[in-house]
Design a protein around this ligand. Sequence first.
Ligand SMILES: Cc1cc2nc3c(=O)[nH]c(=O)nc-3n(C[C@H](O)[C@H](O)[C@H](O)COP(=O)(O)OP(=O)(O)OC[C@H]3O[C@@H](n4cnc5c(N)ncnc54)[C@H](O)[C@@H]3O)c2cc1C
Length: 406
Amino acid sequence: MDLNGTLEATWLHELSPGSRDLLGRAGEVAEECAKRADEHDRAATFPGRDFDDLATAGLNAATVPREHGGLGLGPLNGDTLALWLMTKELARADLSLGRCWEGHTNALVLIHALATEQQQQRWFDGIVRRGEKWVAWSGEPQARKPGESTRFGTSITTVEDGWVLDGTKAFATSATGADWAILLVNTAGPGGARHADAPADGLLLLACDLSDPTVTIDDSWWDPIGMRATASHLVEFDRTFLPAQNLIGAPGAYLHQGWQSAFTPHYAASFLGAAEGAFAYAREYLIRQDKTADPYIQQRVGSMAVNVETAHLWLAHVARLWDDGQRTGAQRAGNRARHLVEHLALQTVDHCIRACGARSLVRPSPVERILRDLTFYARHDNDDHVLATIGRAALGQTHDSSFFKP
Ligand SMILES: Cc1cc2nc3c(=O)[nH]c(=O)nc-3n(C[C@H](O)[C@H](O)[C@H](O)COP(=O)(O)OP(=O)(O)OC[C@H]3O[C@@H](n4cnc5c(N)ncnc54)[C@H](O)[C@@H]3O)c2cc1C
């Protein structure tokens, strides 16, 4: 990335020439996606054409290993930063797209990490040859909000040759666009992974073919302030049969092996994309309005530049730990990066708005959408709990580095 020529992007030197080329291609696709972001946001529709363009550019199998025909990016392939910078490019164009893309690439990381060779052959082939889209769904919040009549959650029954699933999941990103979902379900009852207190061994990862007629989408639930184009609808399972051969990894492996921590810094990469989008907009806006002689404006621009650079340096640091196989250090640093980048990104958007003024929040300004999207997306994890978890780790106390539970 080029910080508008203001400083050298040192982290780019850590990428191979091949990865830099991929990033360039992602940047070209992202430019087209940015033009469609407003339309997807207003209609709350999944950015299907963006995914088509990514597939046409040969980028959709980013985290599929090379031996299976993919690009071999990500924390399991020793090329983590290239993936996160690609995500950042897409999130800069449209944070909702960034989230859908994360969901897709993270699901493929899970298949790589935990699935059998036969399963990998089958599912990676669909991605590489047919551009199939994946996502991972846990979302079963248990505490009802005032006035909420729907009860979220699934229950699973063991049957011959597999399982039968009943119930609902909320926040099901890419619900109207994905072909397959990895369902995180708990044999102990509703709650999925994030919202369950049940023992880790009860957590199953089950691949679900979303063309199954027993899987339906209730699109009346998803009417949020931001991240509208993620199409994170309520999904209903009505005695959905999930065959034994769709079980990914051993029960509990997801939590025992701490896979969520490979995705936590990935969220930070998306937050950074939003910040970079606001920074680029502010810079152009302020130069156009000839306001750059004002010392307050200069300070806000300076702060945005430092924030964006700091976030990059943290992501490059965490990526290096993953690539060097320093798993524990990578998990710890990844949580710190997630915490810090949320604040850097929110502050950058705030600087942009304060420096540019009210018209930066009038459509079709992208800042209006970035503010709504980032405010909402930062709720994906609770930063109070992320920071407390970092503190508990620093104190040598027991802590949950997957979902930051107290
Ligand atoms: C844009 C977006 C996309 C998403 N996509 C996906 C997806 O694809 N797949 C998926 O699995 N999930 C997804 N999620 C869901 C997300 O993972 C959470 O499950 C979701 O944020 C839960 O909604 P909530 O914040 O209202 O939940 P709640 O569980 O009600 O949490 C509300 C707040 O209360 C806090 N809290 C919880 N328990 C306690 C307690 N005992 N004491 C004090 N505070 C507590 C939480 O930390 C949180 O801050 C997505 C979320 C967003 C915002």
